[in-house]
Design a protein around this ligand. Structure first.
Ligand code: ADQ
Length: 743
């Protein structure tokens, strides 16, 4: 209303001013018109009465002339008539002729254009017309008209002008108010859409074509400003925070107090296994669990995962929930049960034989079966139902993990339209051409675009994803803000490089480096001063273990002095053993280790020690601390946590990291020796360099890498995603509030 008054009041004042200025002009104009009319009328009357008057004058009968004049002046407008034979004569006139008019003063009315006489009877119009005859050559006729009707009409005209302007003001105000209201609403909707990041000033409910181009520059500026403010505050916040589990918890308490947080992953954070008549609780050695555990502890939320342990069924309540951690329960795991067919189709089939090789491009053909796809869809739906059932509010924060759940974000969105869904894709995202071979590529992308935020480890993977969307979906991609708008919803595509806990847990590094060196060499029958390399991976073809062994072989070919003086211990956790490709890969790895050992195992220890078994994190750290070098040769890896774990294990600031250029970690750890795992000669040279690198050079590199891992640790990874979610939540609260105010 105040906005409308701001338009209407000045408008009224301006129109009133115009009306005030225009009224006298109109008055003057109408007066001129009437004077001119009366002049013409007077000439007409003079011409008409000339003849009968002359006759009466020649007859010299003054009484008859008086009657004649009296008759003429019965006309409503003609007030008086007079006749002057000469300027010195006496005026012959009707009785009503004003005294101010006499024959001597008639010149005055002839020369002037102003014919008005203000008499006691009111305004009069005086016209003098020549009426010469032989008898009286200078005779003149005076015709006086009553002008009071002009005054009356002028008053009426003024009134009408006033009414006209009032009407005009009302109509113009109404139109202005309507247009102002509509424009204001359009602006508000546009600005809100912009704040939500839904694009540049779009009319509510309209399609993409209706962007208002004239507002685009403002919208762009505003959008940039918002991004800069967000970036500034985020970097300021992040720079000031030392990211620890405690600070993460504190932030969560502050930013997401009372929020309903749900994590969904395939793997559960605690697995209950039956060992004879005992139930054992296992914690999978996974970066994902390390990262998300503090969040769950702080928020007391729910973690939904596949119940895969042999005793999982036995420990849950009737709602399939179990409180964890077992010694100090802080949150719940909700276990989702899968049949053998579901697990085969969804997990082994579509996720690990299809999506995993599709995204890694490690020369293993993806296998896509429609049966597996059907199970993948069904299991995603099962988890979506579990999420919807678990949500305590209509807008929970849901953290969806990994490639097992590409369809889940959109399925959750269908049931909980206001949820904040953060999906993290832990593996690489390939280029559009490679991704295109998936028969269900559009469904996978559309599923992921149900997320509010979609996270990848590197900007490169973000770019690949956005390019893929651009290529295959009818979606709007904004490369300035890195957002995708699809079916009226917006997804922010963000880089969140995952990391490890820092500082590492005490028990992982409590054994000294020298004790680890001695202990590990003893366990593996290696001499005390033996040079040692370490590799720790799941036995997966993407990890480049074959290429690693080839490089070791090449090192020994080129630098035979290391034969018998250097060994490489490969710790390989069995994984996805049900898949043929993995069985084949394990056989290949074993055969290659045997062949190389046969070739160089003249006397002394073998060049390759292969340990295909799961180790506890403490044991893995002992290997890291005992080694002279760690070799990560992935053919393609989203991040690779092993590289960061090796760095965190080396508090002695020694040891060299050789790192594949195809890992996400290579972008963060340039002080490692970065190699192309397919180039055996280059890798062999890196091995040689590592084995001969002076301790000072090792320390300089290790210090820089440790600084980075300390700063960009896993708590920061989780914290950044949650701070972004909190910012989104605040924004949606604000919009809700202003929507309520408007309605
Ligand atoms: P992964 O492919 O599993 O993870 P990675 O990041 O190296 O790869 O993490 C493996 C974890 O398992 C490490 O913590 C490591 O210590 C542990 N591990 C490996 N072998 C082991 C063994 N034999 N015994 C015990 N523990 C072992 C996926 C993506 C990665 C991404 C992570 C996290 O493929 O690119 O870095 O998720 O997002």
């Amino acid at each position: 209303m105040r906005l409308s008054l701001r338009f209407v009041l000045p408008l009224m004042l301006i129109l009133a001013g115009i009306a005030y200025a225009v009224a006298p002009l109109v008055d003057r104009l109408t007066l001129n018109w009437f004077v001119r009319d009366l002049d013409i009328r007077a000439s007409l009357i003079a011409n008409t009465i000339q003849e009968p008057l002359q006759e009466r004058l020649s007859a010299g009968n003054k009484a008859k002339i008086g009657d004649f004049f009296a008759r003429i002046t019965q006309d409503e407008r003609l007030y008086a008539v007079g006749y002057c034979a000469s300027p010195t004569g006496k005026v012959l006139a009707s009785r009503s002729l004003p005294q101010e008019i006499n024959c001597a003063g008639l010149d005055r009315w002839e020369v002037t254009t102003d014919h008005l006489l203000q008499s006691t009877q009111g305004p009069l119009h005086v016209a003098v017309k020549a009426m010469s005859s032989e008898a009286a050559p200078g005779a003149r006729l005076v015709l006086v008209h009553d002008m009071s009707f002009v005054t009356r009409r002028s008053e009426e005209t003024k009134r009408y002008v006033f009414y006209l302007f009032m009407g005009l003001a009302a109509v113009v105000s109404l139109i202005t108010v309507i247009i102002a209201q509509l424009s204001w609403r359009g602006w508000m909707a546009g600005m809100r859409a912009l704040l939500r990041g839904e694009g540049l000033l779009r009319q509510p409910g309209a399609g993409m074509q209706s962007n208002l181009p004239e507002f685009k520059p403002i919208a762009r500026d505003l959008q940039r400003l918002i991004q800069e403010l967000e970036f500034d505050s985020r970097t300021r916040d992040e720079d000031q925070i030392t990211w620890t589990p405690e600070s993460l918890r504190a932030i969560l308490r502050g930013e997401l107090r009372g929020e309903d947080v749900i994590v969904v992953s395939n793997r559960e954070p605690y697995i209950h296994q039956r060992r004879g008549d005992r139930i054992e609780v296992q914690r999978p050695a996974s970066g994902l669990v390390t990262a998300l555990e503090p969040i769950m502890r702080a928020c007391s939320g729910t973690w939904i995962a596949h119940g895969s342990g042999s005793a999982d069924h036995e420990v849950v309540d009737r709602h399939d929930r179990v409180a964890v951690p077992p010694d100090n329960p802080a949150y719940q795991i909700l276990r989702v049960w899968l049949s053998a067919e579901e697990e085969a189709g969804y997990y082994y089939g579509f996720a690990n034989e299809g999506v995993w090789p599709l995204c890694h491009i490690a020369h293993v053909r993806p296998t896509f079966r429609s049966g597996d796809w059907a199970q993948y869809v069904a299991v995603n739906r099962k988890f979506a139902k579990a999420v919807a059932g678990e949500a305590k509010t209509r807008n929970p924060i849901v953290l969806v993990q990994d490639y097992h759940f590409a369809l889940l974000p959109n399925m959750i969105r269908e049931q909980l339209p206001d949820a904040i869904i953060i999906t993290f894709w832990h593996i690489p995202w390939p280029n559009p051409e490679s991704f295109a071979i998936c028969p269900w590529r559009d469904e996978l992308i559309a599923g992921l675009l149900g997320s509010s935020i979609l996270g990848f480890h590197t900007q490169f993977h973000c770019n690949n994803f956005v390019d893929t969307v651009d290529r295959f979906l009818e979606a709007r991609v904004d490369r300035d803000s890195f957002t995708v708008s699809f079916r009226g919803k917006r997804t922010a595509v963000r880089r969140y490089p995952i990391s490890i806990a820092w500082p590492p847990e005490k028990e992982l590094v409590e054994k000294s480096v020298s004790d680890c060196r001695v202990g590990i060499r003893q366990i593996n029958d290696l001499p005390p001063e033996h040079k040692l390399g370490i590799g720790v991976d799941r036995l997966d073809y993407t990890k480049g273990i074959i290429e690693r062994f080839r490089a070791i072989e090449r090192l020994l070919e080129l630098n035979p002095q290391w034969v018998g003086r250097f060994s490489f211990i490969q710790v390989a956790a069995p994984t996805r053993a049900g898949i043929e490709e993995y069985q084949h890969h394990e056989a290949q790895v074993r055969a290659m280790a045997t062949r190389i050992n046969g070739r160089f195992h003249r006397q002394g220890p073998p060049p390759i020690v292969l340990r295909v078994e799961h180790h506890e994190p403490r044991e893995v750290y002992e290997y890291f601390r005992a080694a002279d070098l760690c070799f990560v040769s992935s053919l393609h890896d989203g991040m690779n946590l092993v590289a960061k774990e090796f760095v965190s294990a080396r508090d002695d600031e020694h040891g060299v990291l050789i790192l594949s250029q195809f890992t996400g970690a290579a972008r963060e750890l340039p002080e490692a020796l970065i190699v192309n795992p397919y180039d055996a000669d280059q890798c062999a040279a890196a091995l040689q360099l590592s084995l001969t690198m002076p301790p000072e050079a090792q320390r300089d590199r290790m210090r820089l890498m440790r600084g980075l891992v300390a700063e960009f640790n896993v708590f920061r990874w989780a914290g950044r995603m949650l701070l972004d979610a909190a910012a989104m939540r605040r924004r949606s609260h604000l919009l809700d509030k202003s929507n309520r105010r408007d309605t």
